[in-house]
Ligand binder design. Structure first.
Ligand SMILES: Nc1ncnc2c1ncn2[C@@H]1O[C@H](COP(=O)(O)OP(=O)(O)OP(=O)(O)O)[C@@H](O)[C@H]1O
Ligand SMILES: Cc1ncc(C[n+]2csc(CCOP(=O)(O)O)c2C)c(N)n1
Ligand SMILES: [Mg+2]
Ligand SMILES: [Mg+2]
Ligand SMILES: [Mg+2]
Length: 350
């Protein structure tokens, strides 16, 4: 980053039309430009605070994501944690660390994606920080959301007898990643990918945080535990099981498998379930609801034009997370998935 100074860069990245519109958003008292932002909470609400980091070569490479996608996904993954609490995202802070020599056009494209996602989910970017780094490009997005007093949906709220649900297809992002890593295309070589690849690449590069589903679950009054899928279905179910002190049985035949995932996995000689259970970065929600309320919840989702799949049940504590296979056998599901510091399953980053 040689041709532009820090302060001019901050103005450049945050001076577009979308950022100006968001800076006027309700609740922004003082936005970008002072030592800190000042925002107003809605009466009777709790703040929800979360941050997620994306770093080059761990979360993306130039062959797996275009610059715009990087910004979009960094915002989307943080917004997803607000969805996982049943909240409404409101404000964001963005920390950007760039190695020397980063092109201004690259960060501008990243920010276009970031603001595109912020605008889609009604998030006002109210500040952040910009530094050089003797390492890889790193983007940390902090999102502040709101929910009614005591209404946040926790991982620890599952109870024995609950049904376990998922809000959509899983495994597509990891399959898209496999495809992109294999193709080794530079972003200039990206074109329109044919079926069944396009939706897999889209799932990897442009995940859709389930804010609407999270809101619906929160308003339903029946949803108990909730979590978003960043590290893979098995890992997220283990988080709910451990936090709630219960066991979870997931039924293989109930897990939805997207046609494009099935086709891709078959062509690769792989099992789609591996992508679903251990892939991650789907940013769908998984959670629990009293079994007797599950059908009504599904009707509410149907009326809103959203899917809700019942994929299993919560059972007595101590049994961990298991899968009831289509062949009738019950097998334990490993507590594995994406883990930054574990190479044990070959999926870790460092
Ligand atoms: N370095 C840290 N310092 C303090 N708290 C942390 C740190 N890293 C994570 N946490 C906290 O640990 C909990 C779990 O974090 P984690 O990042 O696993 O959740 P997540 O964002 O849902 O998952 P993912 O990062 O896979 O999207 C959260 O409450 C988070 O705020
Ligand atoms: C080049 C490349 N290699 C591997 C992956 C897969 N990956 C990285 S981090 C992560 C979990 C979510 O991150 P976090 O836990 O930090 O929120 C996953 C599944 C990728 N996206 N790009
Ligand atoms: Mg995190
Ligand atoms: Mg999460
Ligand atoms: Mg997260």
């Amino acid at each position: 980053m040689s041709s532009i100074d820090e302060f001019a860069l901050i103005r450049l990245l945050n001076g577009g039309k979308q950022s100006a519109a968001l800076a006027q958003a309700a609740g922004v008292v003082t936005g970008i430009g002072d030592d800190a932002a000042v925002v107003e909470a809605s009466p009777g609400s709790h703040w929800i605070l979360t941050c997620d980091t994306m770093t080059e070569h761990i979360h993306f490479k130039q062959i797996t994501m275009r610059d715009r996608d990087i910004g979009y996904k960094a915002m989307a993954s943080a917004v997803s944690d607000i969805a996982a609490m049943g909240g409404v995202p409101r404000f964001a802070l963005v920390a950007l660390c760039m190695p020397g020599g980063t092109k201004v056009e690259r960060v501008q494209a990243i920010y276009e994606g970031l603001y595109e996602c912020a605008s889609r989910y009604g998030v006002a970017v109210v500040g952040g920080d910009t530094t050089a780094i003797l390492g890889e490009l790193t983007l940390t997005v902090t999102v502040i959301g709101e929910t009614g007093l005591g209404q946040a949906k926790l991982r620890s709220a599952a109870q024995i007898g609950d049904a376990v649900f998922a809000t959509g297809y899983l495994g597509r992002s990891a399959a898209g990643l496999d495809f992109l890593l294999e193709q080794n295309l530079s972003s200039g070589q990206w074109g329109d990918f044919p079926e069944p690849i396009a939706p897999l690449v889209q799932a990897h590069c442009r995940p859709e945080p389930q804010i609407e589903a999270g809101q619906l679950l929160q308003r339903s009054g029946s949803c108990r535990a909730l979590n978003d899928v960043s590290d893979g279905l098995a890992s997220e179910l283990w988080e709910i099981a451990e936090a709630s002190g219960v066991g979870i049985d997931v039924m293989e035949e109930r897990i939805p498998v997207a046609d494009e995932l099935a086709a891709f996995a078959q062509a690769q000689g792989k099992d789609p379930l591996d992508y679903i259970l251990y892939g991650g970065e789907d940013y769908q929600l998984v959670g629990t609801v009293p079994a007797g309320d599950a059908v009504e919840l599904q009707m509410r989702f149907k009326a809103a034009g959203l899917p809700l799949h019942v994929i299993g049940y919560v059972n007595a504590e101590g049994s961990g997370v298991r899968m009831v296979q289509t062949n009738g056998y019950i097998v334990p599901l490993g507590k594995k998935g994406y883990n930054h510091f574990s190479g044990a399953d070959g999926k870790g980053g460092a």
